[in-house]
Design a protein around this ligand. Structure first.
Ligand code: IPD
Length: 285
């Protein structure tokens, strides 16, 4: 627990001193050349690559024995997330926001051990919000401990974080198709009839807002481990849970591709009921 706290402190310092200023300075300037990865909406900039390079160098210097998985050097089908201590890093989460200057781009650094998130730090320099936590040590925004107020959790009275994502292949039963049908069911007066949804354009920010209890849930198919690893620990330290997006997936690993974050500030029974009620609205299996 003490060692984790010391790692957390070092990552917080790295984010605040070296990474945050670059994100803040470069966002929205259209100065960086950007490119697409999987398709024309899966974007990457020079800053994503530059920041990942800086973080990897620093982490190798501080923790030479720990493994490293970064979004920008991930090779589909090759890169695996081992059960050894592994830093899982998204240099800029919300790259589309970063390019367009919407102030919700952040850097997310998580540490997974045995496939579980044990430390996480996420910095959105535009709003000066640095979320951080390590297992058993509580969660903080900047220096303020997060304390989620108790209040009832029900699907009907919920606000969800939802995202379009970059996977837009549109055919019956596709990830995109399931997502859109689920969003319709959640909002419709014949379905969940929830209070509403918000889209921050960053998985890490959506998880943090769920950790704070502002969002009741965040559900997305198509995320990667680096989108959620850091937020997962922050969420759990706030009494929340991360489960699977498809029916019955109460226990999931870090390399799952459909994640469902549920806030704390309520009982485990309420969280379970919330998940059941949500699963009844999704067309995924
Ligand atoms: C993406 C963002 C987006 C989410 C995608 C992520 P990136 O990460 O978090 O909100 O919908 O699933 O992959 O590409 O900006 O690092």
């Amino acid at each position: 627990q003490e060692q984790l706290k010391s790692i957390e402190n070092n990552i917080v310092q790295l984010l605040r001193e070296q990474v945050g200023p670059i994100i803040k300075e470069q966002s929205g300037k259209y100065l960086t050349v950007y490119d697409d990865k999987a398709n024309q909406v899966d974007l990457v900039t020079k800053s994503d690559k530059n920041i990942e390079f800086i973080i990897k160098g620093k982490l190798k210097e501080l923790y030479p024995d720990f493994l490293f998985v970064g979004e920008e050097e991930y090779v589909p089908g090759e890169t695996e997330i081992s059960r050894e201590p592994t830093f899982i890093v998204d240099p800029i989460d919300g790259t589309t926001n970063f390019i367009h200057g919407f102030p919700y781009s952040c850097c997310s650094i998580g540490l997974a051990v045995g496939g579980k998130s044990v430390m996480g730090a996420i910095f959105n320099p535009h709003l000066d919000q640095l979320f951080h936590a390590s297992k058993g040590n509580g969660a903080y925004v900047n220096d303020q401990k997060i304390d989620v107020a108790n209040r009832p959790l029900t699907l009907q009275k919920s606000v969800f974080g939802l995202e379009g994502g970059a996977d837009r292949a549109d055919s019956p039963g596709s990830n995109f198709d399931i997502k859109m049908a689920t969003y319709k069911n959640l909002l419709s007066d014949k379905g969940g009839f929830i209070h509403g949804f918000r889209s921050l354009g960053s998985a890490a920010m959506n998880v943090c807002y769920t950790a704070l209890g502002i969002f009741d849930g965040y559900w997305e198919g198509g995320c990667w481990a680096w989108d959620v690893c850091a937020g997962w620990c922050i969420l759990e330290e706030c009494g929340g849970v991360m489960i699977g997006g498809n029916k019955g997936e109460w226990e999931i690993g870090i390399d799952r591709r459909v994640y469902f974050a549920i806030r704390g500030g309520c009982s485990k029974e309420e969280q379970k009921q919330f998940a059941q009620d949500f699963w009844n609205q999704t067309t995924g299996d």
